[in-house]
Ligand binder design. Structure first.
Ligand code: GLY
Ligand code: MN
Ligand code: MN
Length: 442
């Protein structure tokens, strides 16, 4: 169910309160008086006057649902109301941002400016007392982003734990994504091309490349084996076997990240393999509990997927041996997931503490993006996969591990490419909350 406007409005003050508390602590750590955050500016293609789609500074959109406001600034000073310097330029070439409106505005002192440089009159007097979080090209006069590590580390570490307001945003991003996933499955079953399915998805989400949290991955048949396949054939293939779609949606700057895999023949063996991965994935989602080490979740996933490989006759060795020798990594060559929120791959996945430091990835698992212990409020993806990737299977042979694999069975599944199932799961004080399944069940 979509969060009503009044729910969002009711949750927002507590969110803002949390941000202000975190900011006060972060500034104290860094020895600054003010947090200053530019929303960012446009980037241009090299030797060209075309701009790239604007991507807002995540540190800015954390404060208010503003994702299309380049040239604006946020100022937070402990003990004071936050201030928003809001650029509404005189411009007849482009659409100009509307007047600031909505549930969040009453909590800010808002100044509307008409030219970017007018912001200078509204920023704290002494730039040297400011932690300025942004990219270099946002510099304005003395206000040059300095991104003090003590401040950034603190804010990014704690951002992993979402406020109830943020969970409501992500629930809505999931609702939109699942609506579009359903439309995409219908298009697949009706024989659409990869490109056609992508367009159906965008139409159903009412979002396109400028809005989506990442580039849609839409693959049919063997293309399901390419982890980040974004080519999109314009014509449908002659035979339809499988469909993998990894596509999310955005809501007020928050992301969902969802993958589903479908068999065209729902009575065949590939469907059975999809079902096995789906059951295993749900068991992994149940492990999203406070105090659980996410690294362990990843390692457990290898064992669970290796059991499926053995059950389907794809390997000739025990699941334990498949994991130890790296055979499971040839079939499951990416991490079990990552944090998600203001960015689809949320920051600070390896942060040891709010003062910095790194928690190493387990040896032999270079693509894991999150090594932290789960805490209530963290939102993570759980995205196991099994793929038939020539390059990685050849490597197994080169390493003398060919006899571990049943190549006839691999050949039978290769035309289907692979499987990934991905949900966004909230760690709570008790049972995990699966934002994706909640919407598929609705
Ligand atoms: N969509 C990219 C990922 O699943 O991480
Ligand atoms: Mn993901
Ligand atoms: Mn994904």
């Amino acid at each position: 169910m979509s969060p009503s406007k009044s729910t969002i409005a009711a949750l927002y003050p507590q969110h803002l309160d949390t941000l202000q508390q975190r900011t006060a602590q972060a500034l104290q750590r860094g020895g600054f008086d003010h947090l200053v955050v530019p929303s960012g500016t446009l980037h241009y293609h090299l030797f060209d006057d075309r701009d790239y789609p604007y991507a807002v500074n995540p540190q800015f959109k954390a404060w208010a649902p503003l994702t299309r406001n380049p040239g604006s600034w946020l100022v937070a000073t402990p003990g004071e109301r936050p201030k928003l310097v809001y650029l509404q330029p005189f411009d007849y070439w482009h659409a100009v941002p509307e007047n600031p409106a909505g549930y969040w505005t009453e909590h800010f002192d808002i100044v509307v400016i008409r030219k970017p440089e007018e912001a200078l009159q509204h920023l704290p007097r002494d730039a040297a007392r400011c932690a300025i979080l942004g990219e270099a090209q946002s510099a304005l006069g003395d206000y040059v982003p300095n991104n003090p590590p003590a401040v950034v580390n603190y804010l990014e570490f704690h951002r992993a734990c979402k406020t109830p307001y943020e969970i409501a945003m992500m629930r809505e991003a999931s609702r939109i994504g699942v609506r579009a996933h359903r439309a995409a499955e219908r298009a697949f079953r009706a024989g659409a091309s990869e490109f056609g399915i992508h367009l159906v998805y965008c139409q159903a989400a009412l979002q396109d490349a400028n809005d989506l949290p990442y580039n849609n991955i839409v693959g049919l048949n063997e293309h399901c084996a390419v982890l980040h396949y974004t080519e999109r054939d314009r014509l449908p293939p002659k035979a339809l076997r499988s469909f993998l779609i990894d596509a999310g949606a955005s809501f007020h700057g928050y992301a969902s990240d969802i993958t589903r895999t479908y068999a065209y023949d729902t009575a065949g063996e590939f469907q059975a393999l999809v079902d096995a991965v789906d059951s295993a994935q749900q068991a992994m989602c149940a492990q999203v509990r406070a105090g659980f080490d996410y690294k362990q979740l990843h390692l457990d996933a290898h064992l669970s997927l290796a059991r499926i490989l053995r059950d389907f006759g794809l390997i000739n060795v025990s699941p334990e041996v498949a994991v130890e020798t790296g055979v499971s990594s040839a079939f499951f060559p990416h991490g079990i997931g990552h944090g998600i929120g203001l960015q689809v791959h949320e920051v600070a996945g390896f942060a040891e503490s709010d003062r910095g430091g790194t928690i190493a990835k387990p040896p032999g698992h270079p693509y894991l993006r999150l090594t932290r212990t789960l805490e209530p409020g963290m939102v993570v993806t759980i995205e196991p996969g099994l793929y038939f990737i020539d390059m990685l299977l050849e490597e197994l042979k080169d390493r003398g591990l060919g006899p571990s694999v049943n190549w006839e069975r691999v050949a039978a599944f290769k035309p289907y490419g692979g499987i990934r199932i991905e949900d966004d799961v909230v760690c709570t004080d008790g049972e995990p909350l699966n934002l994706t399944r909640e919407q598929f069940a609705a």
